[in-house]
Design a protein around this ligand. Sequence first.
Ligand code: BGC
Length: 248
Amino acid sequence: MKTILGIDVGASGIKGALVDLQHGKLSGERFRVPTPQPATPAALAGAFAEVVEYFEYRGAVGCGFPAIVKNGVAHSAANIDKHWIGTSIEAVFGKVCGTRVFATNDADAAGIAEMRFGAGKGAAGLVFLITIGTGLGTALFYKGMLVPNTELGHLIWKNHKSAEVYCSSSARERLKISRRDWAVRFNEYLLHLERLFSPDLFILGGGESKFFDTYKDVLQPQARVVPAQLLNNAGIIGAAAYAAENDR
Ligand code: BGC
């Protein structure tokens, strides 16, 4: 199976790597550039092209993007510039790189990778992958099939704000609370999702997944809760897998 370049566009960094899709792992080093602020289409396209050029790569590129993505077009912009709404990620990035780009939601990309190669491998029931970073991203799978663009980080939460404002990594930083105090909040969110969806497994990804051992005892859902096995590379690997599936 071929090697494909996967790029995870995040609110703070754009990370890329060549991905070995047979084994579901990076086949070399990651390269990261900071996300330009404001993250307008033109600014992000320049940074995206820098990552593609670094790898001297010409094939199809997979892109995980932090927004609702339908047919390659962004339909929301919680942590990026609002000009993205209604813009084709695939057209803008494809034009500047001169290559085919296949874009999907970043949490869905991470979920695809974990279901295929990581903590969700073989999981048959209802699985939630939650990426915890600047935003709170969700990917929902039933019997291995993705329900795309679930956006449950934007569930209306206490004081009419979203769950993302209440318990993402950026919420922890904004409130200057310890990781365990943050985990108390995040546990409330997991219990709420459990009441609504009765999942069998929660997989926690994004930056906070690295610290799972320091707060796992705070989490109380009946469903199993595990850290993402591919950690922060899940988004890159899943983006590459998405491109491979769609480049036909
Ligand atoms: C966005 C999602 C994204 C998540 C993680 C949220 O604010 O609405 O589309 O998956 O952040 O980046």
